[in-house]
Design a binder for this molecule. Structure first.
Ligand code: CDP
Length: 229
């Protein structure tokens, strides 16, 4: 059976990682959330108080960063890969509003993108890969077998993220989440290096009124057709 590379890009909080995880489990592929890598760098900046260094000496910052290990480990219970920094599982810590409020500024820095893209391209694609992010179909894997672009209305996206965070016990305001989503979309789409764009050969999916199972069905059809070709 052919093993595909599936690139899922799209606006902030469109459920890319939820659908990517389900697809990876269904097809037995590796799942990589590239956003979690930019979030890890952001957490590293916050934890080590490195914002000033980042702005004044990017080369030194990159040197420090390269002595930090950022990698994924497969979690046998959940059947997904989770992100670790220096061997500590940081899945919870990277998904706070504090990180979300800084990540797009940091992800716009070309030197940081270069390092992250290098790591992303190290993945063994022979196993089949689902990777989600902002520039996967355009920059990381322009030759991906399937490119998807997910979007949804601002309010639906903010409500989903709000519910998710409340469920995790975070005290956040809906308005703050809505603003963060809008800001990130603006920054991600307008940056000079690898902006968020809809590739010509991408399937555009607006999931405002779709359940996760609806999406799974639509996308599985696309994948199954490709596997038959
Ligand atoms: O909140 P959501 O799951 O939509 O975002 P994410 O995938 O965790 O990505 C967080 C941020 O990382 C984005 O808003 C982008 O600024 C940046 N990012 C990027 O620049 N390129 C990627 N391939 C993935 C994420």
């Amino acid at each position: 059976m052919k093993k595909l590379t599936i690139a899922i890009d799209g606006h902030a909080s469109t459920g890319k990682s939820s659908i990517a995880k389900k697809l990876a489990i269904k097809y037995g592929y590796i799942y990589i959330n590239s956003g979690s890598m930019y979030r890890a760098v952001t957490l590293y900046v916050i934890q080590n108080n490195l914002l000033l260094l980042l702005k004044s000496d990017i080369d030194l910052f990159i040197k420090k960063l390269s002595s930090t290990s950022i990698h994924f480990k497969f979690n046998d219970n959940d059947l997904i890969s989770e992100i670790y920094m220096n061997n500590i599982n940081i899945e919870q810590q990277i998904n706070t509003l504090e990180v979300s409020e800084m990540v797009s500024e940091i992800a716009a820095i070309p030197e940081i993108r270069r390092e992250m893209v290098k790591l992303q391209r190290n993945i063994d694609r022979n196993m089949g890969v689902v990777m989600d992010g902002r520039d996967i179909g355009s920059v990381v894997f322009p030759d991906a077998d399937i490119k998807l672009f997910l979007t949804a209305s601002d309010s639906v996206r903010a409500k989903r993220r709000f519910d998710e965070m409340i469920l995790k016990g975070e005290s956040v305001k809906y308005e703050s989440i809505l603003n963060n989503i809008k800001n990130r979309d603006k920054l991600d789409s307008s940056r000079l290096d690898s902006p968020l764009v809809i590739e010509k050969d991408a399937f555009l999916i607006d999931n405002s009124n779709m359940t996760i199972n609806d999406q799974l069905e639509v996308i599985s059809n696309i994948i199954d057709k490709k596997l038959l070709n």
